[in-house]
Design a protein around this ligand. Structure first.
Ligand SMILES: *Cc1c(COP(=O)(O)O)cnc(C)c1O
Length: 384
């Protein structure tokens, strides 16, 4: 079908909740995508930090194909091996403790919030400005963005947000606080790295008042910033951590990782999901972890991130570059980012994303090479 026909179907039959670009992708390999006319694109968006190993990664494709041919779904009333194995892998490479599965980032955060509230009944949840935690009611209530919250009021009670500073956070946590929820690197609002002082203040306040420190690593985790988990860079270890986006390299899966102290808060019947922890998504995630935990890959993410950041800073019109590893944003002095995204796609066949009027976000596959970085920069330079 031509893209015009898809647009006609969308207009007639699809709830207009997304603003789509007029491109239909039909195939992908590594950092490349192809549209229905056979034109090749360079993907520096990865479906928003999802296909971190690139498209059609052979290890992921094989893991999915083998598992889907054997068994697709039985539900959580029985055992399947991939989910148990993945839980061991995820907990051993992060907080120890235990894992609870979800199907998405927002659901992983809902599970984290439920664990924190059950551990401290009726406790409040503190989040910070520019945070994004998802679109379901609990996660949305912790996402202090007027445009996302206002149409859906009233939200869940007991949530409040403060400025992203150590002082504001320390002042907001008290004996009623059940949880502090933070992204170590805030993605959706434009790649803001929370400083170590803030993370340490959050840790100290949670320790003092018996609250759970929750890190939302849905976007910044899994190698994106050049360490397996973003929190490793700060040395501040959370009590609960959520993962999703890149975990299945495109298959929907989310996970809540609980430190030993919170590992047994949920009991049978407390929380659940029909699809979560299914063998196909977990088989994909096991393959992803195999590739992403490689220290050489992580070192390359740091090196290529530095190369990309340096190149972005040298582009005409760029006033600031932010981020860590291959999770980067660059700001312009004016509101040209959405138009740049459109032109990059249609004129330069470079897939990037805007997080706001002045901000481009770059989230390339973690498997790219220096030539891909240079090519993306050259395409942006041609536009600017
Ligand atoms: C994308 C994102 C979410 C929500 O994930 P979904 O899978 O879209 O529900 C939550 N937190 C962060 C930090 C995200 O980037």
């Amino acid at each position: 079908m031509a893209v015009e026909e898809l647009q006609a179907l969308e207009r007639a039959h699809v709830v207009p909740a997304y603003a789509r670009q007029p491109v239909q992708f039909v195939r992908g390999a590594g950092a490349r995508l192809w549209d229905a006319d056979g034109a090749e694109y360079l993907d520096f968006q990865t479906g928003l930090a999802v296909t971190s190993l690139g498209h059609s990664h052979p290890a992921v494709a094989t893991a999915i194909q083998e598992q889907v041919a054997r068994l697709l779904h039985v539900g959580n009333l029985f055992y399947t091996e991939p989910g148990m194995q993945l839980a061991k892998r995820l907990s051993e490479c992060s907080l120890g403790g235990k894992v609870h599965y979800a199907n998405s980032g927002t659901e992983a955060n809902e599970a984290a919030l439920k664990v924190a509230r059950k551990a401290k009944p009726a406790g409040t949840v503190v989040s910070v400005r520019r945070g994004f935690h998802g679109r379901t009611y609990g996660s949305l209530s912790a996402t202090p963005q007027e445009s996302k919250q206002a149409p859906f009021a009233p939200l869940v009670p007991g949530f409040h947000s403060v400025e992203a500073t150590a002082e504001a956070l320390a002042g907001a946590v008290d004996e009623r606080t059940a949880a502090v929820l933070l992204e170590p690197v805030q993605g959706e609002s434009g790649v803001w790295v929370l400083d170590d002082e803030l993370l340490r203040a959050a840790r100290a306040a949670c320790d003092e008042h018996g609250a759970a420190l929750i890190f939302d690593e849905v976007q910044c985790g899994l190698g994106r910033t050049g360490t397996l988990w973003a929190y490793e860079d700060s040395g501040v270890v959370p009590d609960l951590m959520t993962s999703a986006k890149a975990l299945g390299n495109g298959l929907p899966i989310g996970a809540l990782i609980c430190s030993p102290r919170y590992a047994d808060v949920l009991e049978p019947g407390d929380h659940g999901s029909t699809f979560a922890g299914g063998p196909v998504a977990c088989a994909a995630a096991l393959a992803v972890l195999d590739v992403i935990s490689d220290p050489q890959l992580l070192a390359r993410v740091r090196a290529l991130g530095a190369r990309l950041a340096e190149g972005l800073a040298a582009l005409p019109g760029v006033v600031e570059v932010r981020g860590r590893g291959l999770m980067l944003a660059c700001d312009f002095a004016d509101g040209r980012a959405p138009e740049l995204v459109r032109r990059a796609l249609l004129e330069q066949r470079l897939v990037v994303n805007a997080t706001g009027p002045a901000t481009l976000r770059l989230l390339p596959p973690l498997t790219i090479g220096p030539a891909d970085v240079d090519e993306a920069l050259q395409r942006l330079r041609a536009l600017l």
